[in-house]
Ligand binder design. Structure first.
Ligand code: NAD
Length: 354
């Protein structure tokens, strides 16, 4: 298979998990042994067909370093699962813009190396897909990188909650440039929102009338600190709206992030509370805790998205690719029920499946 050439923006925890995953699964040839992957092959593409050809960051401990080294540099605290072979991809310095917030400014050390011309670097590396893994509060920087993708003829994947794929004006620009676009805000593999929705759906299908429910979480990565300052409100709105769609009636719903707990490192604890009424108004309650590690939670979904975007490029699709957005993102251009999103994605990759 031809290589899928990807440029990464933001060499943080998610990038670390993704790149370690590429190494981890590279020699796995049997679905049965591919524990933790939803698809070993998509459209004939294996994780080893994904090649990171360029990377951009602003932190002094990452810029100028080989990607294999940069992914383990502080303040990254995603677990080290495997050693990664030298990649010969040196992390470029990009413009900081709003990449660093008030709360994270003491964690990130801005490099004083000169800024690379990003569009040129993308063209020189032959990148065909740009993967945006900037902090969630970096809205201007995300938009700036989307511009660079347009300039360099790259498809764009937005894993952050900045509204790009779900923004009609951006979608139109990618369509006019004949480039595929997917986003916004990646869904986790073991997602708290998905689990919450599934539980609510199951209970309501069984005739339970949910009256009140919340899902709140705490995490310890740099991203959790950035969320606390800059995106807590938007994330709460997106998650709450998404959870509400699981119920066919109105209930009191709250879903969102609450705090940063540094000693959790890259871990996240999510708490769920559900109150409802069943037969003859009998009350029931569920109290649940889900513990995950953030960065690996993005790995499997990112690998699916990258390979599906390659299929979109092969099919010469332009503008937002709805089956990818619905399957892999919390804030797609159109809210789609889980089952429909799964079906749309399966059909999308089917005619390329081996
Ligand atoms: N499971 C998950 O971790 C998950 C799930 C859904 C969405 N996301 C999203 O993915 C994104 C990345 O998450 P993360 O945990 O890797 O974040 P992170 O904070 O660990 O990494 C962000 C990286 O971006 C770099 N950066 C900051 N400003 C920059 C700029 N202007 N140019 C280039 N690089 C810059 C930082 O130095 C850092 O290396 C976030 O927006 C997050 O919301 C993550």
């Amino acid at each position: 298979m031809p290589k899928i050439k990807v440029a990464i923006v933001g060499v943080g925890n998610c990038a670390s998990a993704l790149i370690q995953g590429l190494q981890y699964y590279s020699n796995c040839n049997e679905e049965e042994k591919a524990i933790g992957l939803r698809h070993l092959f998509i459209g004939g593409y294996h994780p080893r067909d994904v090649q990171i050809v360029a990377a951009f960051d602003v932190d002094n401990r990452k810029v100028g370093k080989d990607l294999s080294e940069a992914i383990f540099a502080a303040p990254n605290n995603a677990p080290k699962i495997t050693t990664v072979a030298n990649s010969n991809v040196i992390v470029h310095k990009g413009p900081t813009l709003d990449g660093v917030g008030e709360y994270t400014k003491n964690l990130i050390q801005i490099s004083n190396q000169p800024e690379t011309n990003i569009a040129n670097a993308l063209k020189e590396s032959d990148a065909e897909i740009m993967l945006n893994l900037l902090p969630s509060g970096a809205v201007k920087a995300s938009q700036w990188y989307a511009e660079q993708a347009l300039k360099a003829d790259c498809a764009f994947v937005n894993a952050t909650p900045a509204f790009i794929a779900s923004d009609a004006a951006w979608a139109k620009r990618f369509e006019e440039a004949k480039l595929p676009l997917a986003g916004d805000d990646l869904i986790d593999q073991v997602g708290a929102t998905t689990l919450h929705k599934t539980l609510l759906k199951l209970l309501s299908m069984h005739g339970v009338r949910i009256t009140q429910t919340y899902q709140l979480d705490v995490g310890g990565g740099t991203e959790s600190l950035d969320t606390l300052e800059r995106t807590r409100d938007v994330k709460r709105t997106v998650k709450t709206k998404s959870v509400e769609t699981a119920l066919p009636y109105k209930a009191e719903v709250v879903a969102g992030s609450t705090d940063y707990v540094d000693f959790l490192e890259n871990r996240r604890d999510s708490y769920f509370w559900i109150r409802g009424l069943y037969f003859c108004n009998t009350p029931m309650q569920i109290d649940l805790k889900l513990s995950t590690v953030d960065a690996p939670n993005a790995g499997s979904v990112l690998l699916d998205v990258i390979r599906a975007m390659k299929i979109a490029l092969d099919k010469k699709l332009k503008g937002t690719v709805l089956p990818i957005c619905a399957y892999a993102f919390k804030h797609p251009p159109q809210i789609t029920p889980l089952e429909t999103a799964e079906k749309m994605f399966a059909e999308f990759i089917m005619d390329k499946q081996d």
